[in-house]
Structure formats: structure tokens, C-alpha cells
Design a protein around this ligand. Structure first.
Ligand code: FAD
Ligand code: NAP
Length: 338
């Protein structure tokens, strides 16, 4: 274990922001994590955890210790009849985990193929795509408290998952390092192709019989065609959450904007596509300097090269304001701003 000083975080965030961390280290086991957390650098400074850096916007140098979680691998698999419980190191790459499950015939994660980042970050915002969320396959997790080093296990209920939300964005914000996540994966697939784009892509691929591989491949094809590859254009995926409004508000808005789509999320609330709202305000493809709004999906803000975090943030402020002016809806950021 070595704590480095004044390290550039550019390789560690998918927006490609050039900021430095006062202290930086990587851990590959719970023991090395406990060792790091016992050092003066950890005890006397703010401590933050990163995985793949694909959901953060760095707006300034980090005056503290950054711990990169590199606890890797499939740690345990238990057969419990119709399901497997699979315990995974928090530092494992999410997509590699999805590929592993598909090869093993473990169902449930296939719609979440190609989401960047680490397994350990997946519960933080209850990652989701194409009608599946982490909470649908989550069993439990293990974590270490950053200050008192207490090791805890949290169940599904403890994590209080919501739409792109969990206890780690609220009461437990910046308090724990997740060290492993255990998933409950099915031996029998029940394919979710509720999103029209998947059906269309499966048709285009000529798929006659659904399989874990064909669904994951369809998801990968769509994502590769619509989303910017962070290796080519800096970004952190969707910058904002999709807003949810009451059915009554939706019906009122629909009178002014008949082409607006909404999806029922139960309890009389409707989810709107934030990307569509942003596009209607004319932002799609916008660029000022190197900060921009992606031309194939307005929900994604991009760094074309040398944009600073503050420029991306200011653009997001302008977007929030114009969407509010036009639709009366306040967009909420999904990306973690540091
Ligand atoms: P980081 O960005 O490193 O960290 C994110 C947050 O989690 C930070 O607050 C960090 O402190 C915390 N954190 C990270 N690891 C740990 C840990 N072990 N313990 C405690 N806290 C931790 N998200 C979706 O939900 N659905 C998508 O479809 C999706 N598509 C994307 C597409 C692209 C092109 C990109 C760039 C991003 C996309 N994202 C998506 C966002 C992102 O990939 C996910 O949120 C992912 O889970 C972030 O993982 P990470 O390891 O990169 O987290
Ligand atoms: P899309 O298919 O163009 O759809 C636009 C929005 O409408 C999506 O955000 C989605 O909400 C919603 N939607 C579409 N069909 C739906 C249905 N049948 N039922 C309920 N909601 C529906 O979206 P996209 O931008 O290409 O993204 C595709 C999927 O990947 C989405 O699930 C999206 O969340 C996910 N994604 C997430 C990120 C991220 O960083 N968070 C980045 C890229 C893609 P939901 O977002 O709630 O699913």
C-alpha cells in the first residue's frame, strides 16, 4: 500500500477532467483498505472513493485522499435452487461481470450490459437501463465505514433503493466503502424486452429465439450507436435524472406539448424523458468551447477535449434554467459533482 501525492485524476474519470488529488491510493483487498483508512492521510483529510470514475464531474482539485477500489473478482457462488448467490469484489468492472454471468447462464443482468464503471458503485445510484435496475438482482453488500472502520452487511431493504437512488446518496452519503456486492441471479431467464428499442434491434439482428446473449448483444448494439465512448469523447452518461410528475401535471403539459411521451411509474406519477425536454430547448448538439450537449442524445453532456468541470457544470445550470422556463420542471443532476 502506497499513498501518492499530487496525482492527476485525468485517467480516473471518464469526463477526462484534469484535476489533481492531494493524496491517492488504490486498494485490492479489505485488509489493504483497513490499512489505508488507519493512516494519518486518511484520518486527517476528507476521504472519497472512486471506481471507474464514470459518474462523477470533477470541478476542482481534490484536497484530500482518493481511494480507488480495485477489489477484484468473483469471490463466491452459492447454488440456492432456482437461483445463484454470486458475491463479487467491488472493484470488478461491471460489464465484465455481466459477460461472466451470461457465459455462466446466470440471468438478470443482461439488459445492463455495457454500463461503464465498477460493481461497487452499482448500488450507489441503483444503476438501471432498458427496464432493469440493480435492485431487481441485488441480494446484499458488505461495506467498511470510512471513519470508525466498522464492517457492515446491508440487505436489500437496508439500501432503500429508489429511481437512480439509494441510502448511499442520502443518509450514508460518503460514509462507507462498498467492498463486495452479492447478486441473486436466476437459473431461468425471463427476458425483459419492454423497451421498444430492444425489440427493434432484435428484429434488425434477425433473432428468432431470445437468449441472454442476444439480449445483451442488442443492448450493446444500441448503446454503441447512441452513446459517446468515453475513450473518444469525455462524458458520464446521462447528466440528469428523468423527472417524475403527477398525472394531473402531465395532462396539463400534454395540452401544450402533445408530442411529449410519459411512462407511468405507479402511484399516479409519470416519468418524462429528460433528454426530450432538453432537446426541445434547443440544446442537442450545442457546443461552447469544449463543453457540449451530445448530438445523438441530449441527456449526455460531453467534454470535447479541454473543457473544465466548471464549464460543464455551468452548461448544466443553463439547461436546468431553460427547461424550467419552458416546462416548469426542475431537472435534478444524476452525476455526482465534486
Ligand atoms: P464512480 O464514478 O467512480 O463513482 C460514482 C459514485 O459512487 C461516487 O459518489 C463514488 O464516491 C461512489 N463510489 C464508487 N465506488 C464506490 C464504492 N466501492 N463504495 C462506496 N462508494 C463508491 N448509469 C446507469 O445507471 N445506467 C446506464 O445505463 C448508464 N450508462 C452510462 C453510459 C456511459 C457512456 C457513461 C459514461 C456512464 C453511464 N452510467 C449509467 C453512469 C455510470 O456508469 C454508473 O453510475 C456506474 O455505476 C458508475 O460506476 P463507477 O465505478 O464509474 O463510479
Ligand atoms: P430512450 O430509449 O431514448 O428512452 C428515453 C427515456 O424514456 C429513457 O430515459 C427511459 O427511461 C424512458 N423509456 C423509454 N422506453 C420506456 C419504457 N418502455 N418504459 C419506461 N420508460 C421508458 O433512452 P436512451 O437514452 O437511449 O437510454 C436507454 C436506456 O439506457 C435507458 O433505460 C437509460 O436509462 C439507460 N441509460 C442510462 C444512462 C445513465 O447514465 N444513467 C446513460 C445511457 C443510457 P429510463 O431512463 O428510466 O429507463
Amino acid at each position: 500500500m502506497r499513498i501518492q501525492q499530487n496525482i492527476s485524476l485525468k485517467p480516473y474519470n471518464t469526463f477526462g477532467m484534469k484535476v489533481d488529488a492531494k493524496y491517492f491510493t488504490a486498494v485490492d483487498s479489505v485488509d489493504s483498505l483497513l490499512e489505508v483508512l488507519s493512516t494519518p492521510e486518511a484520518k486527517n483529510n476528507p476521504v472519497s472513493v472512486i471506481g471507474g470514475g464514470s459518474n462523477i464531474l470533477l470541478t476542482k482539485n481534490v484536497d484530500g485522499l482518493i481511494i480507488r477500489n480495485e477489489i477484484e473478482g468473483i469471490l463466491d457462488t452459492i447454488d440456492i435452487g432456482d437461483y445463484y448467490l454470486v458475491k463479487v469484489g467491488a472493484g470488478m468492472n461491471w460489464h465484465q461481470f455481466v459477460i461472466y454471468c451470461i457465459h455462466q447462464g446466470m440471468a438478470g443482468v443482461e439488459n445492463l450490459a455495457l454500463i461503464p464503471g465498477s460493481v461497487g458503485a452499482s448500488p450507489i445510484q441503483n444503476i438501471g437501463a432498458y427496464g432493469v435496475e440493480l435492485k431487481d438482482i441485488f441480494h446484499s453488500l458488505e461495506a467498511v465505514h470510512l471513519r470508525d472502520l466498522q464492517q457492515i452487511q446491508l440487505t436489500h431493504k437496508d439500501c432503500a433503493f429508489g429511481y437512480r437512488d439509494s441510502i448511499f446518496k442520502r443518509a450514508y452519503k460518503n460514509q462507507f466503502v462498498i467492498t463486495s456486492v452479492t447478486f441473486k441471479l436466476s437459473k431461468k431467464a425471463s427476458y425483459n424486452i419492454s423497451y421498444g428499442a430492444i425489440k427493434q434491434e432484435l428484429d434488425a439482428m434477425g433473432v428468432k429465439e431470445l437468449s441472454l446473449v442476444s439480449i445483451a448483444q442488442a443492448v450493446m448494439n444500441i448503446r454503441n450507436s447512441k452513446l459517446p465512448n468515453p475513450d473518444m469523447i469525455g462524458n458520464a452518461g446521462s447528466f440528469f435524472k428523468n423527472p417524475e410528475i403527477s398525472e394531473a401535471e402531465y395532462q396539463t403539459l400534454k395540452k401544450s406539448f402533445p408530442e411529449m411521451s410519459g411512462y407511468s411509474v405507479g402511484n399516479g406519477f409519470i416519468k418524462l424523458a429528460a433528454g426530450w425536454l432538453i432537446e426541445q430547448c434547443g440544446w442537442k448538439g450545442y457546443r461552447k468551447g469544449d463543453a457540449g450537449c451530445y448530438d445523438k442524445q441530449a441527456l449526455v453532456l460531453v467534454n470535447h477535449g479541454l473543457a473544465q468541470g466548471s464549464e460543464i457544470y455551468n452548461l448544466s445550470e443553463d439547461i436546468v434554467r431553460t427547461v424550467h422556463d419552458k416546462f416548469g420542471i426542475m431537472l435534478e443532476r444524476e452525476v455526482n459533482v465534486w
